[in-house]
Design a protein around this ligand. Structure first.
Ligand code: KG4
Ligand code: ZN
Length: 344
């Protein structure tokens, strides 16, 4: 029949993941299993992801994740129709670990291999979770990425704009660091911002005065550093309230940029958009979510935010993107390359 069952592997950053997704004849796809093993504790002492440590951890954990995913799905390798693997973009050591693991399974079983672009995995997730039809607008906002994509087909993406420097999650993380808050910075800054006054510090809304959907977040970090130091110079230290006001003012600036540029991206996208969708860790932020929801409502569009576990890095999105590509006839050979850079 037309039922497809695909194993997906993800290892392009600091999460090792394996998942099984199944779709029966035109029905909504099901996630049979999704296993994610993070590496945060391995990298924490170094204050950032160390590529060599990540690659080694992926190589050690991939097999375990695959076994765990198959066991949780209650299936064996012989029940699969294909193996999908992130072939880039990302840290080369990690991507290579995943591609080699997938090739090993393909060689042992004869199963076809499908290479998946990690960004396409994020971008196609709303079809997995909400059955969205093309075209829709996707804002991908994480610790490593920030872009508006018009998603027009399984292999048809138009990048409408993106950050020209830092990703917004990175800006949240650096803000937390500058204010002595724990990592990952996003949730910590959001929590602190709840008690803060967003109007106390007038942070810039970079590039909002320029046309287009490009964004910039690195200047915000500098503005925050200056504001913090001005408070310290004036009072000899910063209070809990100062910190809350800095966080609230910073978060409001990021929110305004993402929402303002989302409005422009909707205007620049093809007619007939079915939704505004988001993915990436930053999509967890309630203030940012609420602002994007308003922008979608203004444009008469549904706002789609997949569950957080499917917004952040995972292998279900890779299995699903692989399944969609496989249905269209995509097959990769043993020469599938790992690509550290791979724009959509
Ligand atoms: O998608 P993700 O889990 O990983 C990648 O970057 O690929 O995103 C993680 C990023 C981190 O920078 C984190 O600080 C940010 O998402 N983040 C948030 C929130 N939760 C996570 N940023 C703002 N508000 C949040 N609630
Ligand atoms: Zn990602």
């Amino acid at each position: 029949g037309d039922t497809l069952t695909v194993l997906g592997l993800e290892s392009s950053c600091d999460d090792t993941a394996a998942a099984v997704v199944r779709q029966r004849d035109g029905a909504r796809p099901e996630i049979l299993a999704s296993v994610v093993k993070g590496q945060a504790e391995l990298h924490a002492p170094f204050g950032g992801v160390v590529p060599e440590i990540a690659a080694r951890a992926h190589a050690e954990k991939l097999d375990i994740c695959v076994e765990a995913a198959l066991a949780a799905a209650g299936i064996g390798l012989s029940d699969l129709d294909a193996i999908a693997v992130t072939a880039g973009p990302g840290l080369i050591g990690g991507v290579l670990s995943g591609v080699m693991c997938a090739k090993g399974i393909a060689a042992a079983t004869g199963l076809p291999l499908v290479g998946v672009n990690h960004l396409a995995g994020h971008a196609l997730t709303p079809r997995l979770t909400d059955g969205l039809d093309f075209p829709y607008l996707m804002l991908l906002a994480s610790g490593g990425h920030c872009q508006f994509l018009s998603v027009e087909g399984v292999e048809d993406f138009t990048r409408l704009g993106g950050t020209i420097d830092d990703a917004p999650g990175e800006a949240f993380d650096k803000t937390a660091k500058l204010l002595g808050l724990p990592q990952p910075g996003g949730p910590a800054v959001e929590r602190a911002a709840e008690a803060g006054d967003a109007r106390r510090f007038a942070f810039p809304r970079p590039l909002m005065d320029r046309p287009g959907c490009d964004m910039s977040f690195s200047g915000l970090k500098t503005a925050l550093l200056r504001a913090r130091d001005a408070v310290i110079a004036e009072k000899g230290g910063i209070t809990v309230q100062d910190r809350a006001d800095l966080c609230a003012s910073f978060q409001a600036a990021v929110r305004d940029v993402l929402a303002g540029k989302a409005r422009r991206a909707i205007a620049a996208a093809p007619v007939g958009l079915t939704a505004l969708a988001v993915a990436g860790g930053v999509a967890a932020n309630r203030a940012i979510r609420a602002a994007l929801e308003d922008v979608a409502a203004e444009a008469g569009l549904p706002f789609v935010a997949p569950p957080l576990a499917l917004c952040t890095d995972n292998a279900a999105m890779i299995a699903w993107a692989g399944l969609e590509r496989f249905r269209l006839g995509a097959r990769d050979g043993m020469d599938l390359a790992a690509r550290p850079r791979w724009p959509l």
